[in-house]
Design a protein around this ligand. Structure first.
Ligand SMILES: *[C@@H]1O[C@H](CO)[C@@H](O)[C@H](O)[C@H]1NC(C)=O
Ligand SMILES: *[C@@H]1O[C@H](CO)[C@@H](O)[C@H](O)[C@H]1NC(C)=O
Ligand SMILES: *[C@@H]1O[C@H](CO)[C@@H](O)[C@H](O)[C@H]1NC(C)=O
Ligand SMILES: *[C@@H]1O[C@H](CO)[C@@H](O)[C@H](O)[C@H]1NC(C)=O
Ligand SMILES: *[C@@H]1O[C@H](CO)[C@@H](O)[C@H](O)[C@H]1NC(C)=O
Ligand SMILES: *[C@@H]1O[C@H](CO)[C@@H](O)[C@H](O)[C@H]1NC(C)=O
Ligand SMILES: *[C@@H]1O[C@H](CO)[C@@H](O)[C@H](O)[C@H]1NC(C)=O
Ligand SMILES: *[C@@H]1O[C@H](CO)[C@@H](O)[C@H](O)[C@H]1NC(C)=O
Ligand SMILES: *[C@@H]1O[C@H](CO)[C@@H](O)[C@H](O)[C@H]1NC(C)=O
Length: 897
């Protein structure tokens, strides 16, 4: 008795739990009595990621493994929550409850393993005792996996009354029950098609749970039971089973109405509110009853009933109309929670709330019925718009992006760049920093940072000074505990004015053009091209171009005469050549940059002026007129065709006396001039005109000059040749034997004849004629010294009696090819006198000569070989001739012995 009293006292506090632990871990299992239900909560800290089995232990110590079917037949429910918590719920009338008075004891054995095979699993037992002494005549529980009804055994007690209540129904059921009189128990289902009786053992085999306690008859029905009917009540679907349970007690047959009905829908959603409607006076439960009256309506969350104040503070609304109870819950309200989901690859959330509604009503048939509905409400999937906050900072060259908001059940596990997938722990190896920031409401965001220079951030050249940095990663997330995955692309594009373009410099040596490109920071993928040729190392080698790339600089060497070198123009100082290097984008092949080097090379080799009057001229095509056919180039005389033709040049070899070559004389210079021409068909204007000039001077100096004008009239200005004059003294009148250099000074007797000859050497131009303008004698090498003795003056011979100068004609012979190139004269040996004394010094003879164009003899009196009196000398032409000067070696007076 004393013991019993103590027991009762402790039960008043609510729970009496005796726990047997194989492992002592306080706090990781907790239990609660919740009316006619009890709950054991297993903490996530310990049970997360483990394999569990549950078993019920009956009062004799027999262990009954709980599977899905046994759970719904025997009144057990196991719920796994996403945060890892596990809830074990049991009806206090569950199969293996130990009932002692009003104390209901449930013993559960939980095996916890780390492997699915449960080898070496730890076993935990938990016994929970709950006091429940407020039984109502009829109690219904709508659990998530079963429907349960228990009715007081005495009610209804007297069969005939019942028959009168609903004669049709029950009168028909009765004979069936009588037929099965052999068995103790029988259950008759009222189905639309008629009645169906099952022996209790058969019903149990079909998944029904039937039992009696001292005071109550119990029926438990899984939602999947064959005899469960879907019934619409005010638009809400109920799963209902109408049944009568019969049992024999001595000579009486007792019958109980064990109808049960649970709503399976009735939840509506708007964008922000959940509306849960539960109709009252549900037909299967209210058969034969009238005078309904609400006794109590209680609403709760997670099996905990809420006071009206709590309901108001949580912003729930409970409406009790005459035929329906309506509960409105704002989505996101306290009591529920959000869970991340993936739908069609998109990530979003559902709001989940575990509601409980207890409705007690009274009617004239049952007295009070208590209907407890446990409802897990889950809103439809709602796509979540992620927020991307871009904190990219140019100053520190850092891409910084915050992405969120995520629920705590989401974890970023990896990210994929264009080339690789990187797990979060190894992100730093790739230059990424990933942080998680948690907000007070438990949600979180991820911050991803990466320096601009990280290789996986794409850098592209945009315009003059800007580059585009693109962070393009796909974040991979996983949701716990479902292991669903989803991905989120993140693209951050930043435009930064930090482009460094490649630059170039170049130089030339005598044979090559060199271009060095200094790489910038935008041209990693640019390719060098020479016109349409991609200058790969192989191509460079093939064309014999140099290519040297050390990563920061690359240098291209192209020989002067390479096909890719352009001739821009020709100028007295040389040929302007150029070579263009184009940088193209490797993708689009768009021209990004164009570099060129231009150099002037000597054009000497283009013209050769031989002393004998042969001109060799090479005309090269210039940039812009590459289409010309060099074989059609010609000189002024169209008959004069090139002697040698290449793709880019034509070479002419001709004599200055041919091909329309003109002559010009100017002081000491004689100029031959011709043009290389090209006429397009039907045009009178030359498409190409290269002026080529040879200048000859009468001395050893060779000057070289070229001249260019732009197309169509380029010109090579003079090539130079040298002409030489020689002034010789011959031994005899025959002019066959001249004194040689070693013979000087030559000794001659006074009045002995001296035979002089002046010759223009080298020239093969028959049109030239040498004329003597003035000849004189001095006694020093300096032709301007005094005294002087005139021998020829203005082409006229000195006619002073005894010392008369005599001209001799010159005729063609084996030595003399062009007689006009020579002049001969004879003078008598003399001596200068000072006072009356002869100056017995050596004599030097000088001549000023002119070279004339023989075809224009009349233009100049000297060239006309006329001796013109002094007064007429004024109108001489200066253009048609050139001047020269010759001097003889020394001649001395030989004295008679
Ligand atoms: C019926 O209830 C008793 C007492 O609670 C229990 O021992 C027994 O296991 C139950 N039988 C079934 C089949 O549920
Ligand atoms: C609910 O949300 C959808 C999409 O978010 C919107 O188109 C619709 O107008 C909203 N409805 C109401 C009643 O707010
Ligand atoms: C990146 O942005 C976050 C959010 O604004 C900020 O807290 C963090 O300091 C930034 N990181 C750096 C390196 O500036
Ligand atoms: C980002 O990367 C993906 C895959 O590498 C690619 O398909 C997409 O075009 C990229 N987007 C941008 C803007 O670069
Ligand atoms: C949680 O807090 C964050 C940051 O203040 C906010 O953006 C987010 O909307 C909040 N989430 C919920 C479910 O209240
Ligand atoms: C990266 O994460 C996503 C999402 O969690 C996953 O589907 C994918 O398999 C992961 N990739 C790699 C290579 O681990
Ligand atoms: C990110 O921020 C940078 C710097 O403010 C800005 O230039 C860039 O356009 C932004 N990118 C995106 C995708 O918003
Ligand atoms: C590459 O060559 C250039 C000269 O052509 C030189 O200035 C530079 O230092 C070299 N760079 C390296 C990395 O060798
Ligand atoms: C002029 O000289 C060159 C070589 O010096 C020779 O090839 C050419 O035939 C000569 N011309 C004439 C017309 O003698």
């Amino acid at each position: 008795m004393v013991l019993n009293l103590i027991l009762r006292l402790s039960l008043l506090i609510g729970v009496l739990a005796s726990e047997t632990w194989t492992q002592d871990r306080p706090g990781f299992m907790s239990s609660e009595c919740l009316g006619s239900l009890l709950r054991i909560t297993l903490s996530a800290d310990y049970f997360d990621d483990k394999y569990l089995t549950f078993a019920a232990v009956d009062q004799f110590g027999t262990i009954w493994e709980i599977d899905e079917a046994l759970a719904s037949q025997c009144g057990y429910t196991i719920v796994y929550y996403y945060w890892g918590t596990i809830e074990f719920r049991a009806s206090i009338l569950s199969c293996y409850s130990h009932i002692e008075g009003d104390v209901f004891t449930v013993t559960v054995q939980i095996k916890v393993g780390t492997n699915p095979d449960m080898k070496n699993a730890a076993t935990h037992s938990k016994t929970v005792s709950c006091l429940y002494d407020s039984w109502h005549p009829r109690e219904l529980i709508c659990e998530t996996n079963y429907m349960e009804v228990s009715v007081r055994r005495k009610v209804p007690q007297i069969m005939p009354e019942m028959i009168e209540d609903e004669p049709e129904d029950w009168a028909l059921a009765f004979p069936e029950a009588r037929e099965g009189a052999a068995s103790l128990w029988q259950i008759v289902f009222h189905l639309p098609a008629g009645k169906k009786a099952l022996l209790v053992s058969d019903a149990q085999d079909a998944g029904y749970g039937l039992n009696t306690t001292d005071t109550r008859i119990l029926l438990r029905v899984p939602y999947s039971a064959a005899e469960a009917q879907l019934v619409k009540v005010q638009g809400v679907t109920f799963s209902a089973v109408r049944s009568s349970t019969f049992y024999k007690q001595r000579w009486m047959i007792f019958m109980a109405d064990t109808a049960v009905a649970c709503p399976i829908d009735g939840v509506d959603y708007t964008n922000d509110t959940i509306t849960w409607s539960v109709p009252k006076n549900v037909h299967p439960l209210s058969a034969g009853a009238t005078g309904f009256e609400d006794v109590l309506i209680e609403v709760g969350v997670d099996l905990h009933k809420l006071s009206p104040t709590e309901i108001a503070s949580m912003k729930y609304v409970v409406l009790n109309d005459s035929d329906v109870i309506t509960i409105k819950i704002p989505i996101g309200a306290e009591g529920g929670y959000y869970k991340t989901h993936v739908n069609d690859g998109e990530h979003g959330t559902k709001y989940i709330i575990n509601m409980i509604l207890e409705h007690q009503w009274q009617d004239n048939r049952w007295g009070v019925t208590k209907h407890t509905i446990i409802k897990k409400i889950e809103t439809p999937f709602k796509h979540v718009q992620l927020n991307l906050v871009n904190n990219t900072n140019y100053n520190i060259r850092l891409v910084n992006v915050t992405i969120g908001v995520f629920l705590p059940d989401v974890e970023l596990v990896n990210f994929t760049t264009e080339t690789t997938t990187v797990s979060v722990p190894e992100a730093f190896q790739y230059g990424y920093e990933i942080y998680e920031t948690t907000y007070p409401n438990g949600t979180k965001s991820y911050i991803i940072e990466a320096a601009f220079d990280v290789p996986s951030i794409k850098k592209e050249y945009m315009t003059e000074d800007s580059r585009i940095y693109t962070l393009n990663v796909t974040l991979g997330f996983v949701i716990y505990p479902t292991s669903q995955t989803f991905t989120v692309p993140v693209i951050i594009v930043s435009v930064v004015k930090d482009a460094v373009l490649p630059s170039a410099r170049g130089f030339c040596d005598g044979e090559n053009l060199y271009l060095t490109v200094i790489r910038g920071n935008v041209d990693q993928n640019w390719l060098p091209f020479i016109s349409n040729l991609y200058l790969s190392p192989e191509a460079a080698q093939k064309h014999n171009y140099g290519l040297n790339d050390n990563g920061t600089h690359f240098t291209v060497r192209v020989p002067l005469h390479a096909p890719h070198v352009l001739y821009e123009d020709i100028h007295p100082s040389g040929i302007m050549t150029s070579f263009h290097l184009i940088m193209k984008d490797d993708n689009s092949l768009a021209v990004m940059r164009d570099f060129s080097i231009s150099c002037r090379f000597s054009a000497k080799e283009l013209i050769d002026c031989q002393s004998n009057g042969t001109m060799t001229v090479t005309a090269i095509k210039l940039a812009g007129i590459e289409d010309l056919d060099t074989s059609l180039f010609h000189l002024r005389d169209r008959q004069c065709k090139p002697a040698l033709v290449t793709e880019r040049a034509a070479t002419f070899i001709f004599n200055v006396n041919s091909c329309g070559t003109t002559r010009k004389f100017e002081n000491t210079v004689m100029t031959y001039e011709n043009d290389v021409l090209y006429f397009r068909p039907d045009s009178n204007m030359p498409a190409y005109k290269l002026k080529c000039i040879c200048q000859y001077m009468i001395n050893e100096t060779i000057l070289v000059q070229y001249g260019v004008k732009n197309n169509p009239a380029p010109s090579i200005e003079p090539g130079f040749g040298s002409l030489a004059l020689i002034f010789r003294l011959f031994k005899e009148r025959t002019y066959s034997d001249a004194y040689k250099e070693v013979d000087y000074p030559v000794a001659k007797f006074l009045k002995e004849a001296l035979y002089f000859e002046v010759e223009l050497l080298n020239s093969e131009d028959p049109q030239l004629e040498l004329q003597l303008e003035d000849c004189w004698s001095t006694n020093s090498q300096d032709g301007s010294s005094h005294p002087q003795w005139a021998i020829i003056t203005n082409g006229c011979e000195n006619s002073e009696d005894s010392y008369q100068t005599i001209f001799h004609n010159v005729y063609h012979n084996s030595r003399i090819k062009f007689p006009k190139h020579l002049k001969r004269f004879e003078v008598k040996m003399f001596t200068f006198m000072q006072d009356t004394k002869a100056l017995l010094e050596q004599l030097y003879f000088h001549c000023r000569v002119i070279i004339c164009d023989a075809r224009r003899p009349t233009s100049d009196f000297l060239c006309a070989r006329r001796c013109i009196p002094r007064r007429e000398r004024l109108d001489r032409s200066v253009e048609a001739r050139m001047h020269g000067h010759v001097a003889s070696g020394a001649v001395i007076l030989e004295r008679k012995m």
